[in-house]
Design a protein around this ligand. Sequence first.
Ligand code: ZN
Length: 229
Amino acid sequence: MRLRRCLIVPVVAAALAFPSAYAADIQQTRDGVTLTYQDQSGSTAADVRDRIIATFFATYPRQRHDFHPSAPSSVRIVMDPSYDGVAYVGEKEKSATITINPRWLVKHPNDTDLVTHEGMHIVQGYPGYASEQAPSWLVEGIADYARDQYGVANAAGGWALPTQIKPEHKVDSGYRVTGAFLKWGEAAHPGLVKALDSALRSGSYTPALWKEHTGEDLSALWKDYAGRQ
Ligand SMILES: [Zn+2]
């Protein structure tokens, strides 16, 4: 699940020098979760690497515990200079893998909670993406809701959920816009996000779930949310 907020290919990429020394994999286990960190080209500075690993262990086990205790207990983080996006989740060698573009971290060294968003995608483990049963706006909204709830350095990374609704914001804008809506919805209807997450995982999500859980359909709920400001 790619972060669509920045698919810009940095023009300076080719000019960045990556140390060519092979960097050995790092493997650590904490709280029942094993992380393998791979950066074969030695692309990422040690302090950023350490903060990425620390952020992963501060967030993924808690997200896993709270939403999906049988989510993968073995995760890889791979620094891949050939990847032009920001970060995405997929499977590599049968392991849940977060692939990160190291150039993004060179430019945004404090955006370490991107692993909180991506780790939530591993916890989600929904059977589809961008489908009726798993609309991408909702999947990404939950991942950013989780980044807000579990992230450890969002402010330092210049990241926050919006507190103002702009005319262009819609319920299905996804990412932070939907994340802020979910935060409001969860406060008003505790358990909403877990109910959505659970239905998405089992493939039983339908828009009717909003009304079942809140008493209002999605568009009415968004109007309440947008109108309160
Ligand atoms: Zn995402």
